[in-house]
Design a protein. Structure first.
Length: 391
C-alpha cells in the first residue's frame, strides 16, 4: 500500500519539491491518513520497516521517508513511555499528522561520548528545574510541535539528593523530555542550506538561556528511564533507516529497468552492451545484499511475540542493526552512482532520480552517526557480545 502511495502521491512532485526545497504539509497529512503512524501503537518494528521501505521504493523520497521514520519512533516512544497527560496532548494529533514530533539527540563534538552532552536539566533555588538545550541537527524540527530531547538531569536541591559521587560530581541521570517547540526555544532550519535532503525537515534546536521546565509534565518515563528509551530509539532508527534505503535501492533498480526497456525499444542492441549489463546486475546485487541483512533482522524479530519482546530483541540484534545501516548507506550510494552512469549524460541532470537519490544518501553518511562513529559503536556491541559469551 505504501509503495503504491509513493508512486501516486510522492514521486510525481518529487523534483518540483526538491527544486523549491519544500516539505509539503498536505502530502504529510495524506501520508498519515494511510495509518502509518497509527501502527506505532501496535509496536511492530517489522511492520514499520516494511511500510517505510515501500514508501521509499514507490516515492524515491528518502528525506520524506526519514521524517516518517522519526514520527513513527516519536509516536512509539510517546505511547510506550508517556504519561496520561502527555498522551492526551500529543498522541492522537501525532498519529493524524497534525502534530509533528522531532527526535533531538545530536550535539556538536559529542559523538559517542554521551558524557559530553551539554543539554541539561538542573534544579534551581525555587524547587523547580532549568533546561539548557543545544541540539545541532534533528529530523522534523522546522515544523515540529514538540521535540523529544535527551538531556542530563541533575538531582534536586535537597541536601540528601546532592550527595556527591566518589569522583566529586553531582548525581545525574540521562533522561528524555518531551518539550513543546515554542519560544523561547529557537529553531534554525537547515533545509535551504543543504546540498541535498531538500524535501525533508532538518534543523537545529537551542535555547539562548536556561528556561524553567516542569519536569512532571515533560519527562518521559520515571527517573533512569532515559538510557532504555534512547537505546530503543537508536535501534529503531538503524532498522528503519536500513529498510527505507533498501526500498530506495529497489526503486532506483526499477527505474533502471524502465530506462533499459525504453532504450531497447529504440535501440534493440542496447541491452547486449556489456557495460549496460554490468550496471544493471550491480544495482540488483547491491539491493539484494542490503535486503538480505534486513531479512535476517526481520526473521529474528518475528520469532515469538514481536511487540511484547521488541526492545529486548532489538538490543540482542544491536550489532547486526549497525551492520545494516553501514551497508545500506554505502551500497545505496554505489547503487545511485551506478544508476546515473547507466543513464549516461541524462543521469547527470538535476532532474535525474538517481542524482537526487545520491545527494540525499550522502546525508545518511552523517545521520545517526558518521561511518567512523558507527564502527566504534559496532565494535562495542561485538565486544560486549563476546565478553558476555565468555563469562
Amino acid at each position: 500500500m505504501l509503495q503504491a502511495f509513493g508512486l501516486q502521491w510522492v514521486r510525481p512532485t518529487l523534483q518540483q519539491r526538491d527544486e523549491a526545497a519544500v516539505f509539503e504539509p498536505a502530502l504529510w497529512l495524506r501520508l498519515a491518513a494511510t495509518g502509518l503512524f497509527a501502527s506505532a501503537r501496535r509496536g511492530s518494528a517489522v511492520e514499520a520497516a516494511q511500510a517505510l521501505a515501500g514508501l521509499a521504493e514507490g516515492g524515491l523520497d528518502l528525506p520524506l521517508a526519514l521524517s516518517a521514520a522519526a514520527q513513527w519512533i516519536g509516536v512509539f516512544l510517546l505511547h510506550s513511555f508517556g504519561n496520561t497527560a502527555q498522551k492526551a496532548r500529543y498522541l492522537d494529533a501525532a498519529i493524524s499528522g497534525e502534530c509533528i514530533l522531532a527526535v533531538c539527540n545530536s550535539e556538536q563534538e559529542t559523538g559517542t561520548k554521551l558524557r559530553a552532552m551539554r543539554s541539561s536539566v538542573v534544579p534551581n533555588s525555587d524547587g523547580g528545574y532549568l533546561l539548557s538545550l543545544r541540539k545541532s541537527a534533528a529530523s522534523n524540527l522546522p515544523l515540529a510541535t514538540a521535540a523529544l530531547c535527551s538531556a542530563w538531569k541533575y538531582g534536586d536541591d535537597s541536601v540528601a539528593a546532592l550527595e556527591q559521587t566518589p569522583n566529586g560530581l553531582p548525581k545525574m541521570s540521562l533522561e528524555v523530555f518531551l518539550v513543546p517547540v515554542v519560544p523561547p526555544l529557537q529553531v534554525d532550519s537547515h533545509v535551504g542550506q543543504l546540498a541535498g535532503f531538500r524535501t525533508g525537515l532538518t534543523g537545529a534546536l537551542s535555547l539562548p538561556s536556561p528556561m524553567p521546565l516542569l519536569v512532571e509534565d515533560t519527562q518521559l518515563g520515571p527517573d533512569h528511564s532515559g538510557v532504555r528509551i534512547l537505546r530503543s530509539c537508536f535501534h529503531l532508527e538503524r532498522l528503519l533507516i536500513g529498510a527505507l534505503i533498501s526500498g530506495g535501492i529497489d526503486g532506483i533498480f526499477q527505474d533502471c529497468v524502465q530506462h533499459l526497456t525504453q532504450r531497447e525499444a529504440r535501440e534493440p542492441q542496447f541491452a547486449q552492451n556489456q557495460y549496460v549489463q554490468e550496471k544493471i546486475t550491480l544495482v540488483y546485487s547491491l539491493s539484494q545484499r542490503v535486503a538480505g541483512i534486513w531479512r535476517l533482522i526481520e526473521d529474528a524479530l518475528l520469532q515469538g511475540n514481536e511487540a511484547a519482546d521488541m526492545a529486548a530483541k532489538l538490543e540482542h540484534l544491536s550489532a547486526l542493526l549497525g551492520v545494516l545501516k553501514l551497508t545500506a548507506v554505502e551500497d545505496g550510494l554505489q547503487a545511485a552512482e551506478t544508476a546515473y552512469e547507466l543513464h549516461g549524460y541524462a543521469g547527470y541532470h538535476r532532474a535525474s532520480l538517481s542524482q537526487k537519490l545520491h545527494r540525499d544518501l550522502l546525508a545518511f553518511k552523517m545521520l545517526g552517526g558518521s561511518k567512523e562513529l558507527m564502527k566504534i559503536s559496532l565494535f562495542r556491541d561485538l565486544r560486549t557480545s563476546w565478553e558476555r559469551s565468555s563469562a
